[in-house]
Design a protein around this ligand. Sequence first.
Ligand code: ADP
Length: 366
Amino acid sequence: KRRIGVLTSGGDAPGMNGAVRAVVRMAIHYGCEAYAIYEGYDGLVKGGDMIKEMHWEDVRGFLSEGGTLIGTARCAEFRERPGRLQAAKNMIIKGIDALVICGGDGSLTGADTLRAEWQGLLKELVEKKELTEEQIKPFTHLNIVGLVGSIDNDLSMTDATIGCYSSLARICEAVDSVDTTATSHQRAFVIEVMGRHCGWLALMAGVSTGADFIFIPEEPPSENWQEEMCHVIKKHRAMGKRKTIVIVAEGAHDRELNKITPNMVKDLLTNQAGLDTRVTTLGHVQRGGTPSAYDRMLSTLQGVEAVRAVLDATPETPSPVICIIENKIVRRPLLEAIAQTKEVATAIEAKDFDRAMELRDAEFAE
Ligand code: ADP
């Protein structure tokens, strides 16, 4: 029987459990055995009890649980070849030659590296007498399939990542709560949301809550943004608005890449716009809690597709990542999606914001 491993890695995201559940049950449905690898790549490197067979009932109740029940971790060892050598050995011992990874671009890059090195790693394990020729014989190729678990919606080539809509919903709830008290006292609130190279959460939260001003990394504000922002805020107040909401992405900066912090914005609103201003950092609240209906659906449909992709894979097929494009669950080459994602970050670092926005726009014009 074919054995398929599933793991969650990198930052946790609501919906990861739904993905694990779908992979486990779909693997069983297709006559394979399913294995959960606990604590991300740590479990793969440590092996033993960290790699457990999962039966149908083992993932009961997973769909509505937030976070990841099989754990996640940042694993330094897996970044180096000796760590991946150990991982390969543990996989052979357990008879696993296919992995579905639910994580961010870092986790997916790591998985593809393991696949690229696979034959070399097995050869080395035989040379070092850690495994025999007999043992490695059935495992000529490693299949990797990526699922994108990330609240930031920061992977190119997919309209949504598992977790981003739950996070957006949580941010909206939080802003709504802040709204009521802001309106009562006629206050201004500066709200920091997650997103280092990707302003999706900040942008969509701004749209969804009718914020007065937002700061995102891809499109920094004009050079005299201080005046511009205060002008906009004062105009809204003059129109009778009793509250002010400014949303700042974690990775926000000006056109010279100087960080724009919530406290800087607060000082401006206090001193130049004359508003009683508070800062609210949403922090890990944005990651927590139950997955939204959308993320339950997305993780389930993508988990199903991931198992199909494992079973369709040939040694020649590039590792796929499961995406959603215009409401269809599709496969895209993993490395291309990661390369395109990195291009946005590179454009931002080079202060080429037109290029960054062009790349983001292209994501929606597939
Ligand atoms: P994310 O997957 O959310 O982007 P990280 O970048 O922290 O998060 O990656 C999670 C884990 O994936 C790392 O702790 C490491 O074990 C593994 N990983 C990340 N990048 C690589 C890489 N280039 N090569 C090998 N493993 C990697």
